[in-house]
Design a protein around this ligand. Sequence first.
Ligand code: FAE
Length: 548
Amino acid sequence: MLSRRRFLGHTALQAASALGLSGFSLNGQAASSRVFSESLAQPRAALGSLGRVPAIVIGTGYGGAVTALRLAEAGVPVVMLEMGQLWTQSAADGSIFTKTLSPDGRSMWFKDRTEAPLKTFLGLDVINKRIPRYAGVLDRVNFDEMSVYVGRGVGGGSLVNGAMAVTPPRGYFEQMLPEVNADEMYARYYPLANGLLGANHVDPSWFEKAECYRFARVSRDQAHQTGLKTVFVPSVYDFKYMAAEQAKQVPRSALAQEVIYGNNAGKLSLDKTYLADAVGTGRVTIYTLQQVRRIEQQANGDYLLSVRAIDAYGNVLADVQVSCGHLFLGAGSLGTTELLLRARETGTLPRLNSAVGEGWGHNGNVMAARANHLWNPTGAIQSTMPAMGINDWDNPVNPVFAEITPLPTGFENWVSMYLAITRNPERGRFVYDPATDSARLKWTRAQNATTVNAAKSLLDRINRKQGTIYRTDLFGGGKVFADDFCYHPLGGCVLGKATDNIGRVKGYERLYVTDSALIPGSIGVNPFVTITALAERNVERIIAQDLR
Ligand code: FAE
């Protein structure tokens, strides 16, 4: 059931976009007089005029959203700074977001051409298109030997991700985060996170007959014939809405090739859950198109932030400063790590320890695809939201959790595609590059060997059993394993190393990391439920110990 608070917050987020506000909060007066309209969003003073505020959260992804909500509930007014846009209003074409195969400026963050995970089809350069440079929703950050996809906008990665809401196997969680009490995580914080995020399960009987999951059933049956186990994967995409899409009762989103450039319906992105709740408290102000560039500490212990405001075309509007008593970094593994690394290396936060920038991993991500026989069609209509995975995580030699992903071209393509999550112990590190004033990721292609070998051993088994082969025409250059990009950046400011056991940054007081930067490079499943649950755990303790 939608709570009144969530309804008010969600309506305010829509109104703010309709009114073109870059700084807004809930209009408490309009809310109490029950005028539910555009007046629910209240414009706020320009960021540069705020001076000092009690608490700032940088970034509006999972870690940031949880933190803002819980601080606000505890009575702390919160300012959230987000470099991307608010995505709650349709553009002139009637849609908020674009479809995967018809991108425009809204699709990517200041690129001249889209950089989709799939480079070619049948070896042809038909997937990526020229687009105008604009503050679009998906970014691909290209480092030397690894590219990282991230979401940009109010809701961060939740705007562009595949919605798979997976809780890791407890044994692996304990191995990766031994200093976190797993009893508490599995009894309290995981259920809390799953509940607020809106994780739901596909109805197995509907799944068996749904046209849009034929691709998944084909891969499942082949996995079973190979002696492998499969599991359903929970999602924050509303499976009831998807069933209505399949029945042609509602506008199609997952069934209309919408995912990496955003979903126009069906998905519970953070602006519909945690952020709506946070704004609904009336204590959270969100500023969009504001990129935090520098953090320093003032003599009184407050933090001073240098922030660049841009418009959606990238024109610089202002460089301003704002200070706060408590600072929470939720800019994601890349964003948070870059801010702290720059601060340490340029001397604005010189006491940050040497663990900042270390312990980065891509959660063992690799994609690959197989070509099926003609008698095994995978379906012209495919849901963009995966609902099943091959679970071979207990394999003692090559543990793999391989999600069965769609290839929604809109016509039959006989492809079985997978996003494999593997157990790769390799870690990368970030170094500060003064020439570009940015963090560079030190990760080599060779570090992917474990990941590729594990995925290959699983898919080779299926190919052998089915008498099928790999597709070599999708990832460019005849590549079979897409080992040059990832969706799950983790680490850089690892819990217990760069921070204490609840995310307080070592060397400083009132400075916290709240997001995927805390997780040490691997968690065995898609990470956002863990990021959310860990943020819930940490902020509860921070509020009790540092803010009461
Ligand atoms: P994130 O959600 O990345 O939010 C960080 C926010 O901070 C962003 O909105 C940035 O624009 C903003 N930001 C960064 N730097 C600055 C700055 N300097 N100033 C102001 N704002 C800034 O962080 N995970 C799953 O569990 N299931 C999936 O199915 C899944 N599919 C994915 C598919 C794609 C295409 C992608 C890209 C990711 C996927 N992920 C999935 C990963 C998941 O979205 C990601 O782990 C989380 O979004 C990370 O959450 P954080 O809170 O760390």
